[in-house]
Design a protein around this ligand. Sequence first.
Ligand code: ARG
Length: 561
Amino acid sequence: MYEQQLSKALAVEGLSQEEVLLALETPKDSKLGDISLPCFKFAKTLRQAPPMIAAKLLPYVEKLDFVDKVEVVGGYLNIFYSRRHIVGGLKAYAVDNEVVGTSKEGAGKTICLDYSSVNIAKPFHIGHLSTTVIGGALYRIFKHLGYNVVGINHLGDWGTQFGKLIVATRKWSSLEEVANNDEYFLTSLYVRYHKEAEEHPEMDDEARAWFKRIEDGEKEANAYFDVFKEVTMKAVSTIYDRLKIKFDSYAGESFYNDKMEPCLDILREKKLLVESDGAQVVNLDEYGMPPCLLVKADGATLYATRDIAAAYYRKQTYDFYKCLYVVAYQQNLHFKQLFQVLKLMDFAGKDDMEHVAYGMVSMEDGAMSTRSGRVVWLKDVLDKAVEKAEKIIEEKNPNIKDKKQIAESVGVGAVIFSALWNNRIKDIVFSFDKVLNFDGETSPYVQYTYARCLSALRKGGDIDFAAVDYSAIASDEAYEVAKSVLSFGDSVEQAAKLREPCMVSRHIVDLAEKFNRFYIDHRIVVDDAGTRNARLLLTQAVANTLKTGLSLLGIDAPNEM
Ligand code: ARG
C-alpha cells in the first residue's frame, strides 16, 4: 500500500524506482516486517554484498513518516509500518464511500471492452456466464480507476442459423406464435430443426436460401429475423438486469455488413488476400497458423471478416487505448489469427488488441449445453440459486423483511461470484452448495459480514471522529484489518492490470475473514468512548470497502441478512 512511496524514496544509490518496486515483497511471517526488500538482485549492478546494500538503504527508509522500524537481516531490508499511521489512514475510508480504492490512472484513456456478445436465437446458457460477469466486473473496475470504458455487445446476429429458424418456424409454427412466446420456444424449434435436418439434408439448402434473402434485405425474410432478435433480446435483457450488466453499444455482426469491403480492399492492396479453392484467405503459414478465411467461394463473409471490420470501426469511432475481447479460450486461434491479420494490415490499433480468455463452466451433474437440447439455461441457474438462498435465509432469519429481495441479491450474487473467484483461465465446475455456503469463500459470506458490520454500526450510533482513540485499534487483529482495507486499492489496480477480477473477489473474502477474526476478540460497542469510536471507525471502513468490492463485481450488499 506504500509501495509507490517506498520505491520513490529508495530510488537512490544507483537504483531505479522501477526495479525497487518490482523487488519489494510481503514476508510470509509478519515478524519479518510488513514489507521487505531483498537486495540480492542488486548485488551485481552495484558491485556490493546484499547486506551492505541493505544497510546503505536503511537511512532512506527510516525517515519516512509511515515507517516505524527498519531492520537489516541478511540481504533483506525489513520494513515495519507505523500502526498509528495506518489506522489514521482509515478515516478517509470510513467517511467517504466514494474514495474506496479509486485512482486516476485511467484518465484520458478509452478501453473498448467486448463482452457477453450473445448469439441471437440461441440459448443464453451457463457457458455465457463467465464472459458476461468477467466483462461486467472489468467494466466497473476500469471505470473505478478513471478509464473511459465502452462496453460492447458484439451480438451474434448473423449467420445461417437464421435461415434454419425461418425454415423451422414455417414448418412447425408461425411468426405470430414465435413472437408471442419466449426464448425456450424459439430454441425448441432450433433443436427440432437439427434433429430433422439430419434425415432431410435438403432442409439446409432451403435454410441457406432464406438466409440469402435476409442478406439481400428482402422484407419477408427480415420480418422473421426481427422477431427472432426481439425474442432473444427480451430474454437476455432480463438477465442483464439481474446481473447488473450494461452496454454502451449493441453493434453486432450484422452492423458490419457494409463495413467489410473497405477492409478487404486494404488486404487486396497489400496483396494479402489470396485465392484458395475459390475462397479468399490470408496465409498465415509463416506464423504457424492455418489460413484466415475471409470470403467463402459463394461470396459469403465470415465471423473473422466482421471482426476485422469491427476493429477498424472501433479504432475510428472510439480511438481506443486498448481493445479487449472477453471470449472463451476455445477462440484462442481465432483471435491469434485476427490480431496477426491486423498486424499485416498495419492497422493503427494493432498493438493494443487483447484476447481476455477464460475457461469453461460446467455443472456438477455433468450437464452442458449442446444443440441436442441438453442446455443449462442461465436463467434456470439464477432462479434455482435464488430459491435455495431463500430457504437458507428462511432458516437463519425467519423474521427478516424483504426476504425475496435479499434472496435475489444473495442467490444471483453467489452465481456471479463463482465465476469471479478463480483466475479466468481455470475451468470451473459449478455447484449450488458450494457457491451458497455462508461460511465459505463465497459472496454470501462477504454479504453476511457486511450485514454484520452494519448491525454493529446501528447499535453504536454515529461515529464521533474527534473522540477516536487510535490505540484501541492497534492490536494485531485490528492492524491486519486496517492493512487489508488500505491495500484494497492495490488489488483493484492489479485486477485492472491483469484483467483479473479475482484480485478483487479474493481481497474482499480475505478482508471479511480478517474482520471476523477481529470481531470475535473485540467487542465493538463498548462504554469507553475512545475505544468505541475507534472500533466503529474500523467497522465503517470495512463496511465501505466490502460494499465497494461487491459492487465492482456486480453484487448487491443487503443491509440485513
Ligand atoms: N458471439 C460469439 C460467441 O458466442 C462471441 C463474440 C465475441 N466477440 C467478437 N468480437 N468476436 O462465440
